[in-house]
Design a protein around this ligand. Structure first.
Ligand SMILES: NC(=O)c1ccc[n+]([C@@H]2O[C@H](COP(=O)([O-])OP(=O)(O)OC[C@H]3O[C@@H](n4cnc5c(N)ncnc54)[C@H](OP(=O)(O)O)[C@@H]3O)[C@@H](O)[C@H]2O)c1
Length: 350
């Protein structure tokens, strides 16, 4: 079976999604939404730097809905509840990387999303690498201990070459390190990790009493020039260590932690890893790490070629889920609902 796909935006992750869709024989790109007016009317392949595909980007949502695709790959910068409802009510499934795992941070809009799914007979699934696939890996990892005390996921990266100031500034990057409301800014900007904590707790079958966000900052001692035409002034935040913790009573049983830094001029200078560490504390305690490196035939011409590797592991969890999401019961589906997701259509040709 071939799944007909509409791509939603062609930013960092979206470009990679388009490439993955056209490379996969079980997926067919039939349309593309452009949020940016200047992208409307342009060939999607050209927008993504992979040559013409014969599909033009449009901002006409009705026209995209009228294509009756099996699924929308939803990669905009910010999720728009009304837009999602329009798609889901029309019976079109959604796989998203944009601000959606369980939908709980959407408040009342979550109920509207569920209602739209029921009306349209459609399903929405949200993932990415973190939040997303890495929580699935943690859940799977916890399956080989006969007693689990705590599940912790730590992401640790220098994100200097990631070009998305509009999603990073709301996390707290670039603010004066002593700004009093900074922790509240980071808590709001990283709120999707609350859903990641909920996903792991749901997998463990526990109801959390509380979810709290803690954060520490490092500031840069020198001005930093960054991709996307932004900069961080000396004395401002260039390192964030944010910990979302789910508590049962006074014990934190789930932790999702992100340590993101920019450059080599941080004060304090935190020891950094490159990748993800899952630690299931229990009997026994299990440690799983996920890191990635270029393929053996990798030829990098620009820094963007390296960034694309990270964007690949962000885009693919949503793309890989498409067949299962199309087959799923209407409503919000998470990793705890879907069957094992098979990496179909990606084996390289000899
Ligand atoms: N879970 C994970 O592991 C993970 C990791 C990274 C990113 N993400 C999420 O994935 C999504 C895409 O990330 P990205 O780095 O690809 O983002 P991005 O490149 O900064 O933006 C994606 C696209 O969103 C559109 N856009 C611009 N401003 C917008 C606005 N104010 N409201 C709605 N759409 C807007 C633009 O569409 P056009 O293409 O039409 O210009 C842009 O290209 C974000 O929600 C991000 O938080 C998730």
């Amino acid at each position: 079976m071939t799944f007909r796909i509409v791509q939603w935006t062609t930013g960092n992750v979206g470009k990679k999604s388009v490439q993955a869709i056209v490379d996969n024989a079980q997926l067919e790109l039939v349309g593309c939404y452009a949020w940016s007016a200047e992208k409307v009317g342009h060939d999607v392949g050209e927008l993504c730097g992979i040559g013409p595909l014969g599909v033009r980007a449009t901002d006409d949502v009705d026209a995209l809905v009228a294509l009756e695709p099996d699924c929308v790959v939803y990669n905009p910068m910010f999720a728009d509840a009304d837009e999602l409802i329009r798609i889901l009510r029309a019976g079109i499934n959604v796989v998203a990387t944009a601000e959606f795992i369980t939908g709980h941070q959407m408040g009342a809009d979550r109920d509207r999303i569920v209602e739209a799914c029921e009306l349209g007979g459609s399903t929405i699934f949200g993932s990415g690498i973190n939040p997303g696939f890495i929580q699935l890996l943690a859940i799977v990892t916890a399956g080989i201990s006969d007693r689990v005390d705590r599940v912790s996921v730590v992401e640790s990266f220098d994100t200097t070459i990631y070009n998305s100031p509009a999603t990073e500034i709301p996390m707290g990057f670039g603010y004066p390190a002593d700004q009093p409301d900074l922790p509240a800014i980071t808590e709001k900007g990283s709120a999707i990790f609350r859903e990641a904590v909920l996903l792991v707790a749901d997998a463990l079958g526990v109801e959390l009493d509380d979810i709290r966000c803690e954060v520490d900052y490092a500031s840069t001692t020198e001005d930093l020039a960054l991709p996307g035409d932004w900069s961080i002034a000396a004395g401002c935040v260039a390192g964030i260590d944010v910990r979302w913790k789910g508590f049962v009573g006074t014990r934190d049983v789930v932790e999702v932690r992100g340590i993101w830094t920019k450059g080599q001029t941080l004060e304090p200078a935190w020891p950094m890893d490159f990748g993800y560490t899952i630690r299931v504390e229990g009997r026994p305690t299990i440690k799983t790490t996920l890191s990635f490196e270029p393929p053996t035939d990798f030829v990098a011409e620009t820094l963007d070629d390296f960034v694309m590797l990270g964007l690949t592991i962000t885009a693919m969890p949503a793309i890989t889920a498409i067949p299962a999401v199309v087959a799923a019961a209407p409503g919000i589906a998470t990793y705890n609902d879907l069957p094992l997701l098979l990496p179909r259509g990606v084996l390289s040709h000899a």
